[in-house]
Design a binder for this molecule. Structure first.
Ligand code: AMP
Length: 357
């Protein structure tokens, strides 16, 4: 259990690192951010910062020496970087988790082994395999690169009468998976925290609306039945246990209707705090960021209590210029990440509206 005044290293310097550092500061813990980008928005709210490439072993060694425990705020931390740090200081969650979640095929196979439903999928390394994959999963389908995909990047939809060759060209022949396109009822996610002694606390199921593949709005409570909500939390808990996870993770799921039955399919696991959990800062007694800090510090988790009906709206690109209009809205909490110039699709801030029950 880390003592107050200890230092948590965070690999990555975006808004997630920024909000983690703010949560740590509140608990009397310091954060040291490691990021190669000069203008990282987490730097300005952290006790210490290292700006160096992820393969700079001298900088990594110095960073590790300055920290008591190390965590990360994005899932694409290079495997070599994570391994180098893990030889020097505890890295939580265990970097093994990254090997699974950095590759869509390995992640889907992991879920299948746990008997957790996903969209039907097939591995694709060539145009021929894409045709075979489509024969298995059907059309419409989605082709997704195995690695480095987020917010719909590295994805191509193939319509019922679509052109698989065009999709294959659009991912530039990168190793991929093809998935059956799911006509879901809604998208939901569960943010789960697991402590070093194996206790799990899940936040309430969140309903997510995407626009142009980017999360736009999250609403809590989700419009799902209590049974489905319990199922969603069970799935997230099973995943956290299977990883022997320490920290916060997010599980994105589709709610699917077959006749009268409603079931869940897991779309993606994010081994980190997640955009769909931002509502917890203002909408619950403990945030996902604080839960993560508590977990990696070896502290007990809090039991989250939601404070009302909550809606979180992302400020994407130029929308951040409208942030001021939210300042006087009753129940609205405004977050601006301080990221500099907005560009299309860039997450610049968010607003949480809490409507008391
Ligand atoms: P991902 O990068 O896998 O999280 O996908 C981004 C978004 O694309 C998801 O949140 C869904 O809205 C949509 N999507 C991804 N995979 C599928 C699928 N198999 N069927 C339908 N929609 C999908």
């Amino acid at each position: 259990m880390l003592k107050a005044g200890s230092t948590i290293g965070i690999v990555g310097g975006g808004q997630l690192g920024r909000m983690l550092a703010l949560a740590a500061a509140r608990l009397g813990l310091h954060c040291h951010i490691y990021s190669p980008e000069k203008n990282s928005c987490a730097f300005e709210v952290a006790a210490a910062a290292t700006c160096a490439p992820y393969d700079d072993e001298t900088a990594l060694a110095r960073f590790a020496a300055a920290c008591d425990v190390i965590t990360y705020e994005f899932e694409n931390v290079p495997a070599k970087t994570a391994a180098y740090l893990a030889r020097r200081k505890p890295v939580l969650p265990d970097p093994r988790v990254l090997e699974i979640t950095q590759d869509r095929l390995i992640e889907k196979n992991f879920l299948t082994e746990l008997k957790i439903p996903t969209a039907p999928y097939a591995s694709v390394h060539s145009a021929t395999q894409l045709a075979e994959g489509i024969a298995k999963v059907g059309l419409p389908a989605v082709l997704k690169t195995k690695q480095l995909g987020y917010d719909g990047k590295g994805q191509a939809k193939i319509a019922k009468n679509g052109d698989p060759a065009a999709a294959w060209r659009s991912v530039r022949g990168a190793p991929s998976i093809v998935e059956g396109f799911i006509a879901f009822e809604r998208e939901v996610s569960v943010i789960a925290a697991r402590s070093a002694d194996g206790k799990v606390e899940c936040f309430e199921v969140t309903e997510n609306e995407h626009r142009d593949h980017i999360l736009h709005t999250s609403r809590v409570p989700a419009k799902v039945t209590p049974a489905l909500a319990a199922d969603a939390r069970r799935i997230a808990t099973r995943i956290a246990k299977a990883f022997d996870y320490v920290g916060v993770l997010a599980v994105e799921m589709f709610e699917v209707r077959k006749g009268r039955t409603r079931t869940l399919m897991v779309n993606e696991i994010a081994p980190r705090v997640h955009n769909s959990g931002h509502w917890t800062i203002d909408g619950a007694t403990v945030s996902q960021f604080e839960q993560h800090i508590r977990a990696v510090a070896g502290w007990p988790l809090a039991k989250p209590v939601r404070l009302g009906k909550v809606e979180m709206i992302n400020l994407i690109g130029d929308e951040v210029n409208d942030a001021a209009q939210w300042l006087t809205v009753p129940g609205a909490a405004v977050h601006v990440y301080g990221k500099g110039a907005p560009s299309p699709g860039r997450k610049m801030g968010h607003v949480t509206k809490v409507i008391s029950r």
